[in-house]
Design a protein around this ligand. Structure first.
Ligand SMILES: Cc1cc2nc3c(=O)[nH]c(=O)nc-3n(C[C@H](O)[C@H](O)[C@H](O)COP(=O)(O)OP(=O)(O)OC[C@H]3O[C@@H](n4cnc5c(N)ncnc54)[C@H](O)[C@@H]3O)c2cc1C
Length: 399
């Protein structure tokens, strides 16, 4: 059985290690960090959303234009398979109210601990503090605490992650080394990111840190319900991340972009206008708005922030503002703060086995590939599925 190298001990790399070791191969996982799975553990901090319970067809749809290239891998390791795999590691999962799947303990650490024990039992060696620094002829070069080393392997998987949160290990330092070898690597850009808004100082002082709940937001992808958070520099949170891709693309290509908000999605325009009309005219505008609509202070603040003086508007005009408030965005937050990244190795640069077309024997998986998906467990799902698929590709290649 051949010696296999996996570089990158995130979910994609560890999943590939499991598949290869189960087939009896001697597997070594190299990682530059002192411990593996750091981003996986970070993902678990606010609840490890490991996959989604929606139909497989709906899940595939989340990968947009990358779907045709990822489908085989996702078909072979579905959301149901991920839940069964977690259960096999002693980690029961549950479906949250939004359909998202989490471990019952919410955190990633029990799952990672059980997984690393399984890998150790399968004979997988993990060499920590071994940062891959490029190719040396046929060999791979690593920086280690004992100095540089070079080793050759019949097949290698690179599972080095994307470019968000670089301090957790995935710093995209590898991009030039692959480009030099003729691999098409698209520039990394933030995905599932927050956006900067030119808030007034008064608005920031009063509302930074506050959630804006039960709204709908519309962008080029459609209208979605949810909530987001106002902070000092702008907005972030699940509803913002869901719309992030088209807004980011517009802003990065120099166009203006705004998130169109309905601050009272449960009430029709006519009903809001009628409720406002009924308020005594002697009341101040703020009191009329508050009493007629029940909008909380942060939503009232947003209205003032976006439209300025509303005093000239009649009831129908105020309802217009509440039902369709365009929040202008200045720019996406830096990639280092994003949940994930888009860009990376072009899907045209790999074959069906996840092998680089210009580097036979070198396979790739996970977030370092050029696909993106919203939050909802889709990121980990695709990392685990492509890790498995690339491992199968390595087995096929060596056979
Ligand atoms: C705050 C946060 C919350 C998230 N929450 C969720 C969630 O709930 N659900 C979800 O689906 N996704 C979530 N994600 C995204 C998810 O964690 C990532 O998509 C996933 O970890 C990517 O897996 P990967 O194996 O491709 O890469 P990574 O997990 O980034 O792992 C790459 C590994 O490669 C190593 N490495 C990099 N370069 C080198 C090198 N040159 N030499 C050696 N080793 C190297 C790194 O140290 C790292 O261990 C979250 C991300 C963040 C930042």
């Amino acid at each position: 059985m051949g010696k296999m190298a996996i570089i990158g001990g995130g979910p994609a790399g560890l999943m590939a290690a499991e598949v290869l070791a189960e087939e009896g191969h001697a597997v070594t996982v190299f990682d530059s960090m002192p411990t593996v799975g750091r981003k996986f553990l970070m993902a678990g901090k606010s609840g490890l959303n490991i996959t989604h319970s929606e139909s497989h067809e709906a899940l595939l749809w989340r990968f947009g234009t990358a779907r045709p290239d990822l489908q085989q891998a996702l078909d072979a390791f579905t959301g149901e398979d991920i839940r069964a795999w977690c259960a096999g590691l002693g980690v029961e999962t549950f479906v949250g109210s939004s359909g998202r799947v989490f471990p019952k303990a919410m955190k990633g650490s029990p799952l990672l601990r059980a997984w690393l024990m399984r890998l150790a039992g399968l004979g997988v060696t993990i060499r920590r503090r071994h940062g891959w620094t490029g190719f040396a002829g046929e060999k791979l070069r690593f920086a280690t605490p004992e100095g540089d080393i070079e080793e050759a392997f019949p097949a290698v998987l690179l599972a080095l992650g994307g470019a968000s949160w670089p301090r957790l290990g995935s710093d995209a330092a590898w991009v030039p080394w692959l480009r030099e070898k003729g691999v098409d690597v698209k520039a990394f850009i933030p995905a599932n990111c927050g956006f900067e808004v030119g808030w007034s100082p008064i608005f920031v002082d009063r509302f930074a840190g506050m959630p804006v709940k039960a709204v709908t937001a519309t962008s080029a992808i459609g209208t979605l319900p949810g909530e987001f958070v106002v902070n000092r520099w702008g907005i972030e949170g699940s509803l913002v991340y869901a719309h992030a891709a088209p807004l980011r693309d517009a802003l990065l290509s120099g166009q203006a972009a705004a998130l169109l908000l309905d601050l009272l999605p449960g009430r029709s325009h006519e009903r809001i206008a009628a409720d406002l009309q009924r308020q005594p005219s002697k009341l101040s505008l703020s009191n009329r708005l508050r009493k007629a609509t029940g909008l909380d202070p942060v939503k009232l603040g947003l209205l003032r922030e976006c439209f300025g003086d509303l005093s000239e508007r009649d009831a129908a005009g105020l309802a217009d503002a509440i039902k369709a408030m365009p929040l202008p965005l200045e720019r996406p937050r830096p990639i280092a703060e994003a949940i994930s990244s888009a860009g990376g190795i072009a899907l045209e640069a790999i074959d069906q086995r996840f092998m680089l077309k210009t580097l036979p024997g070198v396979f790739v998986a996970g977030e370092m590939l050029d696909w993106e998906a919203p939050t909802g467990g889709y990121l980990l799902t695709a990392c685990l599925a492509t890790g498995r698929a690339a491992a199968r590709g390595m087995l096929d290649y060596l056979a």
